[in-house]
Design a protein around this ligand. Structure first.
Ligand SMILES: *Cc1c(COP(=O)(O)O)cnc(C)c1O
Length: 392
């Protein structure tokens, strides 16, 4: 499909794999663990890595491959690989790029479980992790040693929506020949395409915006053909492969990704503006607001400001809990990126167990509420937040 440069929705809907057998408009679900060969000698095709030859679904499955093709297209990548979860994608990608004695550099404010993988698990395999803070991107230079292999980061950052300069990190990495890996879950491929800025590997928790309906757990990686093959070899052994039926559901969701995300962008801005003007709110953090610390940077590297925002209630944790418990439409749940609006209190969910000074450094207070804005009618969400604020 190289007729012209197609837009994201066209690519996400049409991809480039079609069902040739029956010309079904929707690609079928090959719900099978194994594939029979016609002749025993055909196994050689597996060893020779012949395209579209399948023997066992841990190694590959046609339904999964069809979705992977579309995922690569929407992130402007050569190839992509699906995993059973975002964490399977992250751990397998990292482990395929380091070995004992290596070092990696990571942003400190990253998804909590990734942080735990870096802090508690990678050192067990002899890999050292050095962290840098959002305000101190320039310190990366000082952290680089001859043993450094890669730089890992996220932007926008959870839950404060602070923005990290992608081009600056790529510049440090290229100078030292280091691999760059970004978790692009919060931004989505609609609002931010890091590969266009020179990032080597993009990871998504497809559980969030890509699937967008809170009904599955999946992860994916987009990168060059060569890197995806390297990661695939590890996945074949580690076994974080996705289920074909879940892959099908993700493929279905990708067709409405752009519609959903654009509505979420619009809704989030309207909610952020409403909250900014409310007397019971101390502060609102949303990259689309002019008073956001990195609003200009967000404008430069994002084509939309996303559906995630956070704000601080003027009050203590008790008052913050009361606000969340008073909502009638929005749901109080962890996770994000779905059609329904979700709220959570970071100190009790994503950042539970963090020490006081760690929270302070990350800019998280006990009266902070994180919102994943859905695609509902925004008047109803604004009404809901207003009535809940009236009760505290
Ligand atoms: C949820 C999430 C993950 C982990 O993904 P799972 O699909 O839950 O394994 C990683 N990174 C970010 C930014 C996330 O929000």
């Amino acid at each position: 499909m190289n007729l012209k440069k197609f837009g994201t929705s066209t690519l996400a809907i049409h991809g480039d794999l079609k069902d040739k057998q029956f010309r079904s408009v929707v690609y079928p679900i090959y719900q099978t663990s194994t594939f029979a060969v016609e002749k025993t000698d055909d196994y050689q095709k597996f060893i020779d890595e012949v395209d579209d030859f399948y023997i066992y679904s841990r190694y590959g499955n046609p339904t999964v491959k069809e979705v992977e093709k579309r995922l690569a297209l929407i992130e402007n990548a050569e190839n992509s690989i699906l995993f059973s979860s975002g964490m399977a994608a992250i751990t397998t990608t990292i482990l395929s790029h380091v070995q004992s004695g290596d070092e990696i550099i990571s942003l400190s404010s990253i998804y909590g479980v990734t942080y735990r993988f870096f802090r508690d698990y990678l050192p067990k395999f002899g890999v050292k992790v050095k962290f840098f803070q959002i305000e101190k991107v320039d310190e990366i230079e000082k952290l680089i040693s001859p043993k450094t292999k890669l730089i890992y980061f996220e932007t926008p950052v959870n839950p404060t929506t602070r923005i990290v300069d992608i081009e600056k990190i790529v510049k440090f990495a290229k100078r030292e020949d280091l691999t760059t890996i970004i978790d692009n879950t919060f931004a989505t491929p609609i609002n931010q395409n890091p590969i266009d800025f020179g990032v080597d590997i993009v990871i998504h928790s497809a559980t969030k915006y890509l699937s967008g309906h809170s009904d599955l757990i999946l992860g994916c990686v987009m990168s060059s053909r060569e890197r995806i093959e390297r990661i695939r070899k590890f996945k074949n052994v580690f076994g974080g492969n996705p289920d074909p039926h879940q892959a099908f559901l993700l493929g279905r969701s990708l067709k409405t990704l752009e519609l959903r995300v654009k509505r979420q962008n619009e809704n989030a801005l309207k909610l952020a503006e409403f909250l900014s003007s409310h007397r019971k709110i101390r502060k609102v953090l949303y990259p689309g607001l002019k008073n956001h610390p990195e609003h200009e940077l967000a404008k430069k590297q994002m084509s939309g400001f996303g559906g995630m925002l956070s704000f601080e209630i003027d009050g203590d944790l008790g008052r913050t809990k009361k606000f969340c418990d008073s909502l009638k439409v929005a749901l109080n749940a962890t996770s994000l990126g779905s059609v329904e609006t979700l709220v959570s209190i970071p100190v009790l969910t994503s950042h539970v167990g963090m020490k006081k000074d760690e929270l302070e450094r990350a800019g998280i207070s006990e009266s902070m509420v994180r919102v994943s804005v859905g695609i509902e009618n925004i008047e109803d969400i604004v009404w809901d937040f207003e009535q809940a604020l009236n009760q505290i």
